[in-house]
Each structure stands twice: as C-alpha cells, then as structure tokens.
Write a protein that binds this ligand. Structure first.
Ligand code: ZN
Length: 267
C-alpha cells in the first residue's frame, strides 16, 4: 500500500512506525507550516523535508518520497521559481545517479494549486505547472475545502489554458476530490486523489466513489498533517473496500499501482 499524500514534518516520530506496519511507502509534500515571510522560509521548509524527514521516517522503517512546491497558502512576497527549480533539478540528478540502487527522493511538484483563486495564486500555480512539464515531473494539485466546486472548475480552466502536453496531464493529480468534483475531472486525462481524513472523505465515501467509477486514475491518501488526521486512512479504507465487496484488482490499483505508475516508484 502507498499513502500518496502526507505531511510527515507535522507528525511525531512514533507515527512512522505505525504507518510502516501497513505501507510500502508514503509521499510527503511541501505545504504551509509557517508564515511565508520570504523565500528563505520556503528554503528552510524544503531543507527540513529533504534533510530531516526522509531519515526520520527511514529510521522507523517507512520509505518516504518527496514532492516540493509552493502551496497556495505559502506564497512569499518575494516569490521566485529559480530556487524550486534548483531543488527539483538536484533531486532528479540524485535519482539518476542512484538509479541502480533503486534510490530516489524527488518524485513530483507539490502540493501546488489554488485556495482563494487570487490573481497571485493563479500565476504561481501556472508557473509551477510549467516547471512540472519542463522537468517531466508529476504535479499534485490542492483543491480547497471552501468553494471546492468553483475552485476545481477554475483549476481545470487554468490547466486547459496552458495547453500542456497530454503526458503532463496524465501525470497530474487533482487532490481532495469529492463526489461533487469527481464528475468534472473524470472526463479529462488527469488523476483524482481521494483523501480519507476526518474533515474530508470517510472511508465509506471513498468506497462509494470507487464502486461508482471503478479504480482507474484514483489514488488513496490520508493527507496526514497538523489537522485532525487518520494516519492509517489508507489501510482502513482498503479494509472497508474488502468488506464491501470491491474487486481486489481495483483495490490494488487505487491503493498501490496508480501511485506507483504516476510517480514512477520502485516499490
Ligand atoms: Zn496536503
């Protein structure tokens, strides 16, 4: 099983051991843990993920991969994209160098997206989508709790307006989907993240969506963060799916294979 979206830097040491008992790996994403006074805060956040988190998780047996990006709630006044590009390029270089050891850490750009749909947010989102395409990396796109339907619509319009390659869209994940937003994304080439978390989907909500739409292009995650979370959201949902008669191939797809293929993981 793969938890395709967590924020490991918000979780205590002990959580990793519990996750490691069920998961083959997890993907931790940059988010908004601090007030973004300047790009230096973003740099410190990226460094913490790369230099602390991977090791902290590994020590407890949890394999961790990383996505880096500027979250819509973390845009500093001096935003620039060179630093993000440098971190991503360095990660890609490391991945290539260690390809024989099956060792990589950077697997995507994220999480990016829109929260309030301001002009600034849209510009930062567009720039990062272009970087994801340029570096051939998957992009993980946040959708907010408030105005989810309208904002998801705007997100899809922004993506469309950029005229990205089909392959870029196939490696894009629209996160925190609900039964209201799945129909909007289902007709595109993009993937849909189902987040099982107390304020988002319950395991049964995820079961219902998968029963209706099947497993293709869906990924399960817990978005474990400083908000109320269920670090075992993915294994618990898999259990509910088994109990409720979801086909084992579909379960395998949404809890492992889709994430493995999109993020090109060797797990
Ligand atoms: Zn998140």
């Amino acid at each position: 099983m793969i938890d395709s979206h967590i924020h490991s830097d918000t979780r205590p040491y002990e959580d990793f051991e519990n996750m490691a008992m069920y998961l083959d790996c997890a993907i931790t994403l940059a988010h908004d843990p601090l007030k973004p006074y300047s790009m230096d805060v973003i740099r410190a956040h990226f460094d913490r993920i790369i230099y602390n988190e991977i090791e902290r998780a590994n020590k407890n047996g949890l394999k961790l991969f990383v996505c880096l990006g500027i979250h819509p709630r973390m845009i500093p006044p001096d935003v620039n994209y060179n630093m993000l590009r440098e971190y991503l390029k360095r990660g890609i270089k490391y991945n290539k160098k260690n390809i024989n050891k099956n060792e990589k850490y950077i697997v995507g750009v994220g999480e990016i997206g829109l929260e309030k749909c301001t002009r600034e947010e849209i510009e930062v989102f567009e720039e990062q989508l272009i970087i994801a395409q340029e570096l051939n990396l998957p992009a993980v796109v946040h959708t907010p709790r408030r105005n989810k339907k309208e904002t998801t619509k705007t997100i899809l319009e922004v993506i469309n307006s950029l005229g990205l390659h089909k392959d870029t869209e196939k490696h894009m994940i629209i996160e925190h989907c609900t039964k209201e937003t799945v129909p909007m994304i289902y007709d595109t080439n993009m993937n849909m993240g189902l987040t099982v978390q107390p304020s988002k989907l319950t395991p049964m909500d995820a079961v219902k969506i998968v029963k209706e739409y099947g497993g293709e292009r869906f990924l399960l995650n817990s978005d474990s963060s400083s908000a109320p979370s269920n670090i075992l959201g993915v294994p618990k949902t898999v259990l509910k799916m088994k109990i409720n008669g979801v086909d084992s191939n579909i379960i395998k797809m949404i809890s492992h294979n889709n994430a493995k293929n999109i993020f090109r993981l060797d797990v």
